[in-house]
Design a binder for this molecule. Structure first.
Ligand SMILES: O=C(O)CCC(=O)C1=CC=C[C@@H](O)[C@@H]1C(=O)O
Ligand SMILES: [Mg+2]
Length: 378
């Protein structure tokens, strides 16, 4: 491969606020808008790489927030990117190790560097990271609904659209009865649930009842550090446990696998600190036959495009939470918008993430813009 040297001259952080078409209810609260950063990294050739931060405004999902991501990028990570030129984004991912934690802040910048690198080498990002699929299968995540009837109607509509599996949010008091109705109406649809840590080990016998619904998996029933509790649950549950919030790095995947805390992992680029760590997790999962799938964080088109690239890797064996742009947004900030055909999204053959940014659309949602110039350059 042709050797490229990248020197970042400028970084722009665009803070946007976009309203979801409909509010999304989880066991923790309601999401009706998403505030996030679009990151532009510009190198000495004038090539631009794009990234997106996925943290929410409050620390309900993991501890990071929009404000902590901004602080960590500004004070620590951007100076590390500017420090010296590099040949590969993995070099910068390594530099980021000097900053503890803060994976979403790291991923926001690191993914922009991957996009830039793929553009400089004139390759699609999915190919660059070793993807093998020309299209990825997608499912839909449905928030808690006001009534069973609304839920069943929504599921029906998404299935008509072609989505390949349905993920429902559950919490104590909103689970078995819902599942009974859904299974009655859709006996064979690939179905799973996500609890976002709403249960405890005291609910073990209650959770055993989930087995009767032939679920693909139950996602994150317990707290994020409860590896032992998840392992105990998995010994009594036939339904595979999938870990989401618990997995912040490859070591967490290794720990969960060793202890038997989960059989499937949801990979979110932001939660694990970027594509470099995702590639390492993928390698380990391939060697150990562990199924993976790509999670979502209500991303705009930039984040969605990154997720499509990730899901093209071989071990991503289950449909991801990578819905089309129109699932959440009236208008996306990329062109063309992401669409699916019968629950499949084609990867782009263009270099990098493979989509153009619509600056006009971005301006409509802009809250603040900050520009950082590399002062190390004479
Ligand atoms: O982006 C999507 O379409 C799926 C989003 C989704 O289900 C989630 C995103 C973020 C937090 C949670 O509510 C949930 C999840 O835990 O996977
Ligand atoms: Mg989840």
């Amino acid at each position: 491969m042709k050797d490229v040297l990248m020197q970042i001259n400028e970084i722009r952080l665009h803070r946007l606020r976009m309203h979801l078409k409909q509010p999304f209810l989880t066991s923790f609260g309601t999401i009706s808008e998403k505030e996030f950063f679009i990151i532009e990294v510009i190198d000495d050739h004038g090539t631009i790489g794009y990234g997106e931060s996925v943290a929410f405004t409050t620390p309900w999902y993991t501890e990071e927030t929009v404000k902590t991501v901004e602080h960590i990028m500004e004070q620590f990570l951007i100076p590390l990117v500017f420090q010296q030129s590099f040949h590969h984004p993995m070099e910068v991912a390594k530099r980021f190790h000097t900053v503890k934690g803060n994976p979403m802040a790291k991923a926001a910048l690191e993914t922009a560097l991957w996009d830039l690198y793929a553009k400089r080498t004139k390759k699609p990002l999915w190919e660059m990271i070793g993807g093998i699929r020309s299209e990825v299968e997608v499912g839909v995540s449905i928030g808690i609904q006001p009534s069973i009837k609304t839920l069943l109607d929504k599921i029906d509509a998404y299935l008509q659209e072609g989505y390949r599996r349905v993920k429902l949010k559950v919490k104590p008091g909103h689970d078995i009865d819902v599942l009974k109705h859904v299974r009655q109406a859709f006996p064979t649809v690939p179905l799973m649930v996500d609890a976002n840590s709403a249960y405890t080990l005291n609910d073990l016998h209650h959770l055993k009842k989930f087995d009767e619904f032939q679920l693909l998996m139950i996602e994150q029933p317990f707290g994020e550090r409860e590896f032992l509790e998840h392992a105990e649950l998995q010994t009594v549950l036939d339904t595979p446990i999938c870990l989401d919030e618990s997995i912040r790095c490859l070591d967490d995947v290794k720990l969960a696998t060793k202890l038997g805390s989960g059989k499937i992992f949801n990979v979110k680029i932001g939660r694990i600190g970027g594509l470099t760590e995702a590639i390492h997790i993928h390698q380990f999962s391939k060697e150990n036959n562990i199924p993976l799938w790509c999670g979502g964080m209500f991303e705009s088109g930039i984040g969605r495009a990154l997720n499509i690239s990730l899901a093209s890797l071989e071990q991503f064996l289950l449909p991801g939470d990578i819905s089309a742009s129109n699932r959440y947004w009236d208008a996306d900030i990329i062109k063309p918008e992401i669409t699916h055909k019968k629950g499949k999204i084609a990867v782009s053959e263009r270099p990098g993430i493979g989509f153009h940014i619509s600056y006009r659309e971005m301006e409509r949602h802009l809250v603040e813009r900050k520009t950082f110039k590399n002062k190390n350059i004479s």
